[in-house]
Write a protein that binds this ligand. Structure first.
Ligand code: SF4
Length: 399
């Protein structure tokens, strides 16, 4: 029987008020366990991050980035941080610079987002996709991902960090987003204009948009609360012109699995490393460029060499955390408190299943959903350990 991939986990909770028991020390240990020795001297090492936009600093603290960068340099690799050109250009606003990260910051598809490798994706009529050239040229991929919610797929972490973040803007925005319409969901022949207007009116999330001149209904998939709502389906009884299905949302998760697979093709398994940061777990992704509330408390960090295993473990940890309904933004509207639903489904609807992308990624052979979780320095152990004598301000100082 094949061995289960290991996912290392460092919890935010510590057993003692001592550095050796806290997340910083746990993270050092996790880097050692992942073992960067498969990085060869001179390898170009991409730290693929999402550096946020505008005021969104809720990504991965630069403190951890520096630690990864140092560990890569220690084995002779040439690390750099990469993301889309906009996020790189204004990264300084959120504290990411060459000085703070300890390495250069390089736009993932060139200065104008046009340095791409075209490749065909045979799904949903998507066709040619522009994969980021800088990422493609690297020897090693270290994903440094922020685990958070997403309005269509329910979740974004390591898979989304390359599936969307590994593409140039044209493909990222105009080809990947909108794939949901690939499966028909509205029948214009059955739907009279008055009925179409009525459906728009009953939607509490402003998800449906009707263009009377063209007699066309459009859906903002991000806004639809699907199985938590279904008000349009109720209003449509006896007419049958609208159908909200899980399959429509799954198309986005599926295409992400396809593009993630293409990006990973460029890296040998021993040259892939994944870190997920389960901190500031917000309802939506970092593309919004704003500060958001956390829907569960901070959990910690996961690390693995298997992208599927780390995503499954990350989602399981979030599922087991305390859901904070009082933190859910009012615009979400309908919140389903059913404990059988993942926290991301409670806010975005049951059809936006965060595990779908992980399931599709496993089907494509990117890894295994069956994993072994190894907790590093668990609080139950560190609570009983003898702590080194505490020294305050023990670093070089002006005083
Ligand atoms: S399910 Fe609810 S949110 Fe989605 S389109 Fe229908 S009415 Fe709007």
């Amino acid at each position: 029987m094949a061995k289960k991939p290991i996912v290392y986990y460092g919890s935010m909770i510590h057993g003692q008020a001592a550095r050796f028991a806290s997340l910083g020390s746990k993270f050092d240990e996790m880097i050692k366990k992942l073992d960067f020795n498969t990085i060869s001297k001179g390898d170009k090492v991409a730290l693929k991050m999402h550096l946020g936009f505008q005021e969104d600093f809720q990504t991965v603290p630069v403190y951890f980035v520096r630690k990864i960068v140092k560990a890569v340099k220690d084995v002779g690799g040439y690390p750099f941080v990469t993301d889309n050109p906009t996020a790189i250009y204004n990264a300084v606003d959120r504290g990411y610079t060459s000085e703070t990260c300890g390495c250069p910051l390089i736009p993932i598809a060139g200065l104008k987002d046009r340095y791409v490798y075209q490749s065909n994706i045979e799904y949903g009529g998507v066709g040619e996709i522009g994969f980021a050239g800088v990422l493609h040229d690297c020897d090693v991929l270290i994903e440094v991902s922020h685990a958070k919610g997403h309005g269509v797929s329910g979740y974004g972490g390591a898979i989304k960090n390359i599936a969307i973040g590994g593409l140039a803007a044209g493909s990222r925005w105009h080809k990947m987003h909108g794939i949901e319409n690939h499966i028909p969901w509205w029948d214009g022949v059955k739907c009279m204009p008055e009925h179409a207007e009525e459906l728009v009116k009953v939607c509490p999330s402003n998800a449906l948009r009707y263009d009377a001149k063209k007699h066309k209904m459009a859906m903002v998939w991000n806004n639809c609360r699907n199985s938590n709502c279904m008000k349009c389906m109720e209003a449509d009884k006896g007419v049958g012109c609208i159908e909200i299905k899980a399959e429509n949302f799954q198309t986005f998760s599926k295409i992400m699995a396809f593009t993630a697979a293409k990006v990973l093709e460029g890296f040998k398994p021993e040259k892939r490393f994944f870190f997920n940061f389960l901190l500031d777990i917000t309802p939506q992704c970092n593309c919004l460029g704003m500060i958001q509330p956390q829907i569960v408390p901070d959990i910690g960090v996961t690390a693995s060499k298997d992208i599927v295993a780390i995503e499954e473990a990350t989602l399981d940890l979030i599922a087991g955390a305390t859901f904070l309904p009082e933190m859910i933004p009012l615009y979400v509207g309908i919140v389903n408190l059913d404990k059988n639903l993942h926290p991301f489904q409670r806010i975005w609807g049951g059809f936006k299943n965060p595990y779908d992308q992980v399931m599709f990624a496993e089907e494509l052979g990117l890894g295994s959903r069956k994993y072994r979780l190894i907790e590093i320095l668990p609080p139950s152990e560190t609570v009983g350990m003898e702590a080194p004598k505490i020294k305050y301000e023990d670093q070089p100082t002006f005083y």
